[in-house]
Design a protein around this ligand. Sequence first.
Ligand SMILES: Nc1nc2c(c(=O)[nH]1)N[C@H]1C(S)=C(S)[C@@H](COP(=O)(O)OP(=O)(O)OC[C@H]3O[C@@H](n4cnc5c(=O)[nH]c(N)nc54)[C@H](O)[C@@H]3O)O[C@H]1N2
Ligand SMILES: Nc1nc2c(c(=O)[nH]1)N[C@H]1C(S)=C(S)[C@@H](COP(=O)(O)OP(=O)(O)OC[C@H]3O[C@@H](n4cnc5c(=O)[nH]c(N)nc54)[C@H](O)[C@@H]3O)O[C@H]1N2
Ligand code: SF4
Ligand SMILES: [Mo]
Length: 858
Amino acid sequence: MTLTKTVCPYCGVGCGVLAGADGTIKGDPDHPANFGRLCSKGTALSETIDLEGRLLAPKVHGVDTDWDTALDLVASKFSEAIRDHGPDSVAFYVSGQLLTEDYYVANKLMKGFIGSANIDTNSRLCMASSVAGHKRAFGSDTVPGIYEDLEDADLIVLVGSNLAWCHPVLHQRIAAAKTARPDMKVVNIDPRRTATTDLADVHLRVAPDGDVALFNGLLTYLAETKNLDHAYLDAHVAGAREAIELAAQTDPSQSGLSPEGLAQFYALWAGTPKVVTVYSQGVNQSTSGTDKVNAIINCHLATGRIGKAGCGPFSVTGQPNAMGGREVGGMANMLANHLDIENAGHRDAVQGFWASPTICTSAGLKAIDLFQACAAGKIKALWIISTNPAVSMPDAKAVAAAIANVPFVAVSDIMARTDTGDLSDVLLPATGWGEKDGTVTNSERRISRQRAFLPRPEMARPDWKIICDVAQKMGWGDAFSYRSAAEVFAEYVALSAATRDFGRDLDLSIFADADYADLIPTQWPNNKRFFANGGFFHPDGKARMIAVTPPVAVPSEGLTLNTGRNRDQWHTMTRTGKAPRLGAHLAEPYAEMHPDDATAMGVGYGDLVAVKSLHGDVILRALITDRATKGQVFAPMHWTGQQAASGKINQLITSNVDPISGQPALKTGSIVARRFEAAWFGFGASVSPLAPTGRYAAISRTATGWQGEFADTKAPDDWDPFVRDILAAPSGDISVLEDLKSGLVRIALHEGKRLTALFFASPTPVRLARSYVVSLIGTETSALSSLAGRGGADHVDAGAIICACMNVGVNTVRSAIADGARTVDAIGEVTCAGTNCGSCKPELSAILAGLQLPMAAE
Ligand SMILES: Nc1nc2c(c(=O)[nH]1)N[C@H]1C(S)=C(S)[C@@H](COP(=O)(O)OP(=O)(O)OC[C@H]3O[C@@H](n4cnc5c(=O)[nH]c(N)nc54)[C@H](O)[C@@H]3O)O[C@H]1N2
Ligand SMILES: Nc1nc2c(c(=O)[nH]1)N[C@H]1C(S)=C(S)[C@@H](COP(=O)(O)OP(=O)(O)OC[C@H]3O[C@@H](n4cnc5c(=O)[nH]c(N)nc54)[C@H](O)[C@@H]3O)O[C@H]1N2
Ligand code: SF4
Ligand SMILES: [Mo]
C-alpha cells in the first residue's frame, strides 16, 4: 500500500499525515511540524472519512438535483440581487478550514468581480484580534516566530491557551523539551485549571479579562527594574514612552492575582531572556482582545525579545488554514496577499493583476455585522462555505433566525445535515479531506500540501471548483477558468510579487518554480524569523508599542460563563462526532463548575443544570471539580441540534465585540444556573441513530451504533411508543421490565434474536455500566440478561474513555493505580493508556493526583 503525504485537517499545528485509501493513518516522520506525532483527533481520522452522513448530491429545498440546476439557481439569485440591490446586498461567509486555493477564488470573486468586500470568515471569531494586534504593532499581520522557539525557550508563558487539548502536538513538543531540560519553566495563565496546567510550574488563575492589567503590570515592572532593551527600542520601536506611562497607571491587582503571584511571575519573566508568550482564544475572544495582544507584544518589544531563537510573542492559530486565509486576504477588511483595501496603490495593483471589472474600495461587513444585516433584511443572497454559524456564532438563536431571514441561502458542506445546512435553500456537496487537493499554512507560516488519497464521491466537487462554476455562470468564466488547484496556487504566488513590490512581508517567490505535485512543507520566507533586527512594516520601519488600559470590569450578578474546547471533539462535531473512540471521552455537553457553586445550587454528582442568559437557555450535565474557579462555569462549544436537545452553548452568549477587531467575546457570558428538576433520567444504546428529543438529550457514536443520555420533567404515560420514537425503531419485539418501587424502567428491543436496542430510565441519574450495555448491542443476548445492565462478577466496566487511541477507560486506569501504578508511564505499561499519541497523558496525571476529571455520568 503506498501512503500519501498530506496534512491533518484539524488544528493549526498542521501535522503531516501519511494516509492510505484502506484507512491507514500515521504521523509523517518527515514533517517538521510533528516529526511523526499525531494527537487523538489525528489518530482517529480513519473513523471519520467514510460516507456516513455525507452530502452526496446538490439539493434544492431538500430535494436532490443535478449540478447545473443548482449552480444556475445560485448564480441567478446572486446576479439578481446585485442587479436590483447593488453588490453590497450579497455576502459570503467562509472558513479558516478552506484550502488556500478555495479561499483565493472566493475572495477574488467577491472583491474583484462582484465588487463588494462582504466576505468574512469564521476567522473573525478566532484570529481577528491577533491580526489587528499584529497590524498595530508590526504594520502587517506577521507572525514572527517558529515552532523551534518553543523548544529553545527557557520560559514559556501560555496565555488563554489550552494547548494540551487544542494544539496537542505542540504541547507534546514542549513537554519533551521540558523533560530534556528540566530547568525550562512553563507558566499557564487561565482563569481555570486545565489539562495544560498540569505541565506548568506556575498557574496564574487570572480573572476573566484580567490579562491587560497583568501584562501592563509586567511592562511597568520591566521599566522600573531597568530591564528594558534601550538599544532595540531606540533603533526599532516607536510609542514606548506613551505605552509605559499609561501602563504605569494600571493597578495590576485588577488581574485578580495576588501581589506575591504577580511578583514571582514578573521576576521570572524579567530574568529569563529566552521567553515565548504563546496565546490563543483566552486572549483573542474578548472585548479587549486586541489590547491583550498588544499588551503582550509590548513586553516583547520593550525587551527586544522578538525574532530571536527561543523568544517572541506567538499566536497559535486554531484552524488548519487560518494563516492561509489571512494571507489571501479572506476577511472583510483585507485585500489579497496582505495588502490593504484602503490603499489605492494596493487596490490598483490587485485589480490590474486580476484584470477585474471592479475592486471593492472599503471594508465589508464583519461577521457579527454581517448576520445583523441579514436580520435587518439588507442581505438578499448569502453563501456559507465550510462553517456552521448557526452553532458557532454568539447569540446563535438570533443568527439562525437571521439566516432564515435571507431570501436566498446557499451552503457548501460535506455533510447532509448541519444546523446551518438545515436553513439553506441550496446545499452544494463539497469534497472532503482526503478527496481534495490544495495547500494550507500552519501557525509557523509553513505551507503544506493536502493531497487526495480517497476516491472522490461522484457528485462532490472541490470548493474552489464550485466557486469558479458559479463565477462562470455569473459571466466571468475567463477569470475563473482554472483546471486545477495547482493553477489557482500559481496565480496566487504570482500575485504575491505585488506584495513584495510594496515592501510587505508576504513573499511567496520561493514557490514560483516549485512543482505543486511534489511540494514539500515549506516555510515562507525561507525558514526565517522576523524582526530580530527591526524591519517592521510601518512606513518608518519601526514597530509600535501601543498604550493600552484594562477594560472596566462590569460587575455580574450571576455566574460568568467561559467556553471552549474538548480534547477529542472538533467544533460542531460534524466529523469527530463520527468516531466512536472520540465520542467516548466526554459524551455530553457539560457545565464544569466549582463544588461550592454546585452545592449552592443543590446540584450533585450526575445531576443536570439548567443554564439561562438573556438570550436563551440550555441544559447541561454538571461536571463538579475544583479545577473550576468559584463563580465561573466552563462549557464546551461543540454540541449542536444534531446531537443534543438543548446543548448549544452559543444561544447564551451576547454579541459583544472587540471594537478594533470585531471579534466577539465568546469567553465571557453572564448566566444564572439552577438544578434541572428532572422527573426521569434515561440512557439508551441502539444499532441505529437515536433522536435528540425531549428536554435533555445527548447522542453519540459508539462502536456498536449510537448511545444517548436523556432526561425530562414528565415521564411518558406509556414507555413503549415513547422509546420506539427515541430509538427510531418502529418495529422489533419489545420487552419492558418496570420496577414500580424504584421506578426503574428497563427496555430491550430485538429483531429476531439480535438485540437492537436497550433503554434504561430511572427517577435518579442512571447508574449502570454503559460500556457494557453498549457492547451488547447487535449481539444475540436475551432480554433477561441484557436488562441487568451490568456484566457478571468477571466483567469490569471500563468507564469513560481516557485514552482514545488504546480505548482505555477511567475505571481501568483507576484499578491500575490501585494495583500500584504510580506514574503515567507505569499506567501505560499496565493498560497501554497514553502509549500511542500521548494526548491523554495530562489526564492520566490528573487521575494519579486524585483529581476526578472525566464525565459527570460515568
Ligand atoms: N480538540 C480541539 N482542538 C482544537 C479545536 C477544537 O475544536 N477541538 N479548535 C481549534 C481552533 S479553531 C482554535 S481557535 C483553537 C483554540 O485553542 P484554545 O484557545 O487553546 O482553546 P479554548 O478552549 O477555546 O480556550 C483556551 C482557554 O482560554 C481560557 N480563558 C477564558 N477566558 C480567559 C481570559 O480572560 N484570560 C485568559 N488568560 N484565559 C482565558 C479558557 O479557560 C480556556 O482554557 O483550538 C484548535 N484546536
Ligand atoms: N462559545 C464559543 N463559540 C465559538 C468558539 C469558542 O471558543 N466558544 N470558538 C470560535 C472559533 S475560534 C471558531 S474557529 C469557530 C468554528 O466554528 P465553525 O467553523 O462553525 O465549526 P466547524 O464545525 O468547524 O464547521 C465547519 C463546517 O464545514 C464542514 N466541512 C468540513 N470539511 C469541509 C470541506 O472540505 N468543504 C466544505 N464546504 N465544508 C466542509 C463541516 O461539516 C462543518 O459543517 O467557532 C467559534 N465559536
Ligand atoms: S495536533 Fe492533532 S489536530 Fe492538530 S494538526 Fe496535529 S494531529 Fe491534527
Ligand atoms: Mo478557531
